[in-house]
Design a protein around this ligand. Structure first.
Ligand SMILES: Cc1ncc(COP(=O)(O)O)c(C=O)c1O
Length: 374
């Protein structure tokens, strides 16, 4: 028996067949590229973070970390106007999604979500062997009425949604939480760039979980830290599902320093929002159709529908945005808001491309990046 023959069958069938997680294209640190493809914050984190990092002791590394990350829970509770037992720390928001699907779903307990949205949801559902009920958004990304009647054990609404950047009002999500029999997880990974958030729903509904990420507004994608806000019973249930030490000592220290520096955070977010406004105006001036965005990225529809070709030409110039070869969004590019300099490089490249000044590359470069929506 060959090694391959032997290895087939060791995995559960759905894992065997799964395509698995495809991370977005991450160039090396030294690569001179304009990276606007994975919705990182273009600005560095608070200077307090590097100071906190320099003060990490050998003793902190020798010992296991606080299994619940209580220093962070305390700080995050104060900032969100809740109690520490309303908070659970996680190794990035992605881990919370994984924990929630493991905690609430199985073969007879589906997950539901509107599409198009974050493409990690179906991957996690597949691994858990639970059915994923996908209800399509309309053209304006309004909440589909059907979502309230799916009988799913877990309903996920990404708000602001990725890749559209659109925002669903808090009142609408309150009505959805009220109607659902199962849990409503509101994925607020991008909410730092929006004008409102759903934290207030946690007080009124025992079935609401809010996901937060430190990767976007707090510029900490490299550290991997996120958290959830929910009523204590839901938090206690999620605690049973998490890894014993799911957040490490360094990440707890950095995330706590980051969330405590609200002044830096607010200034950082305001810079991105101002850059976003300018980027949208300039893309519209280039004849892209761009909806208003509540996130740190924009979705730009090309007039000629040739988003894939434009993507290829940008890659040729070392500029990475995101192209999704999926129905409904294959005529659009998702562009992370970068620094002014990065945005300007993108805009001048687009101007040249649209004027037909760059030769089309002979082979498609699309394969170099992945298309997972982040
Ligand atoms: C919609 C959405 N939710 C959650 C996450 C998870 O973020 P992280 O694991 O970096 O906290 C991402 C990451 O890009 C995302 O796009």
């Amino acid at each position: 028996m060959t090694f391959l023959e032997r290895i087939v069958g060791y995995f559960r069938e759905n894992v065997e067949k799964a395509k698995g997680y495809e991370p977005g294209f991450q160039p090396g640190q030294a690569d001179d590229v304009v990276k606007l493809n994975t919705n990182e914050n273009p600005y560095p984190p608070s200077p307090n973070i590097l100071k906190a990092l320099s003060e990490i002791t050998a003793e902190q590394l020798r010992r296991y970390p606080d299994p619940q990350g209580n220093a962070f829970r305390q700080a995050a509770a104060e900032i969100n106007g809740v109690q520490p037992d309303n908070i659970i720390c996680c190794n990035g928001g992605d881990e919370l999604l994984s924990m929630a699907i493991r905690a609430f779903c199985d073969e007879s307990r589906p997950v539901a979500y509107p599409v198009p949205t974050y493409s990690l949801y179906p991957i996690l559902a597949n691994i858990q062997n639970c059915k994923a009920i996908e209800t399509p958004f309309d053209g304006e990304f309004n909440l589909p009425a059907k979502l309230a009647t799916t009988d799913a054990a877990l309903t996920i609404v990404c708000n602001p949604n990725a890749p559209s950047g659109t925002f669903i009002n808090v009142d609408e999500l309150a009505s959805l939480a009220d109607e659902l029999k199962g849990v409503l997880l509101i994925d607020e990974a991008y909410v730092d760039f929006a004008e409102a958030n759903c934290t207030s729903l946690v007080k009124d509904f025992d079935n609401v979980i809010i996901l937060r990420s430190m990767s976007k507004g707090y510029s900490l994608a490299g550290s991997r830290f996120g958290y959830a806000i929910a009523q204590p019973d839901l938090i206690a249930g999620l605690m049973k599902v998490k890894d014993s030490y799911n957040v490490d000592a360094i990440a707890i220290t950095l995330a706590t320093a980051a969330i405590k520096d609200q002044q830096y955070f607010k200034e950082n977010v305001e810079k991105v929002k101002a850059d976003r406004k300018k980027l949208i105006e300039q893309l519209r001036a280039l004849d892209f159709e761009v909806a208003d965005s509540s996130a740190n990225f924009v979705l730009a529809k090309t007039k000629n529908g040739k988003a894939g070709e434009i993507y290829d030409k940008l890659v040729q110039r070392g500029i990475y945005v995101r192209y999704f070869n999926r129905p409904g969004i294959d005529d659009k590019l998702r562009i992370t808001v970068g620094t002014k300099e990065q945005n300007n490089k993108l805009l001048s490249a687009l101007k040249e491309i649209l004027a037909g000044e760059i030769a089309f590359p002979s082979t498609s470069l699309r394969a170099k990046g992945s298309f997972r929506s982040q």
